[in-house]
Ligand binder design. Structure first.
Ligand code: KIV
Length: 266
């Protein structure tokens, strides 16, 4: 059996061996990708879209993240588990610290992921790091800030220096891992080379220390139109839909249940 992945074993791979990460939101999915050997599992606020059918991520609550993280933890035997701190759970440094402590205490996650780089967020990172909590930052395209950023736009074309500064500040605050979402390839390369943080890319090119994608995107369970950075490895949605149609037909036509699937007193 694969050994438990820890922050130490992950950081030791920087510059040596790329790290794989997928999102998951429930026990069964987590157990499948854990058995496959995934290094990290993220309970992302993307659950708003793929689990709850919302249009964006802002509606997810801390209680919902905690609920889904508990389910994932039961399936993740060796993967490193990170829980997203959702929009509205970091409104002040004190509230942010309380949110992170609650997530770790109630779920047993290995790290929290915090989107953004404001002074408040840096203070939260400093304080929870002091408490022994591993923090994964998240910059670039930040869905929690979609409104103020003016939409889902790739970052780092004109503001590469600003992203580098944000990364350095978050590293100084204590973040050990950083998600770079929707970041121009050379900007992500520089952040990867010039910080000690493990960079986990999503739409951030080929030079990051690792890669994260959303479970439902990778396995073909959600949406028809895929952004350029997503690669589909299965069409599981189509497989399930086809199986469901065959089941419905069998029930309608009294093909199932048959005697092989029935109990009869001998
Ligand atoms: O919520 C999420 O799933 C994420 C990843 C896409 C990085 O933040």
């Amino acid at each position: 059996m694969k050994k438990k992945t820890t922050i130490t074993s992950l950081l030791a791979r920087k510059g040596k061996e790329p790290v794989s990460c997928l999102t998951a939101y429930d026990y069964t999915s987590a157990a499948i990708i854990d058995r496959a050997g995934i290094d990290m599992i993220l309970i992302g606020d993307s659950l708003a879209m793929v689990m709850q059918g919302r249009d964006e991520t802002l509606g997810v609550t801390l209680d919902e993240i905690i609920y889904h993280t508990k389910l994932v933890k039961r399936g993740a035997v060796s993967a490193f588990v990170m829980a997203d701190i959702p929009f509205g759970a970091l409104n002040s440094p004190d509230a942010g610290v309380d949110s992170c402590v609650r997530v770790i205490k109630e779920t047993g996650a290995d790290a929290v992921k915090i989107e953004g780089y404001s002074a408040n967020i840096q203070e939260v990172i400093r304080r929870v790091t002091e408490l022994g909590i591993n923090v994964c930052s998240h910059i670039g395209l930040m869905p929690q800030f979609v409104s103020s950023m003016g939409g889902y736009r790739i970052q780092g074309y004109e503001n590469g220096d600003e992203l580098m500064k944000q990364a350095k500040d978050l590293e100084a605050a204590g973040a050990k891992i950083i998600v770079l979402e929707g970041v121009e390839l050379n900007c992500a390369k520089t952040i990867t080379a010039e910080t000690s943080m493990l960079t986990i890319g999503i739409g951030a090119g080929v030079h990051c220390d690792g890669q994260v994608l959303v479970y439902h995107d990778v396995f073909g369970l959600y949406g028809e139109l895929m952004p350029k950075f997503v690669k589909r490895y299965a069409e599981a949605g189509a497989v399930i839909e086809d199986a469901a149609k065959r089941y419905i037909e069998d029930v309608k036509n009294r093909v199932f249940p048959d005697m092989d699937h029935s109990y009869m007193k001998k």
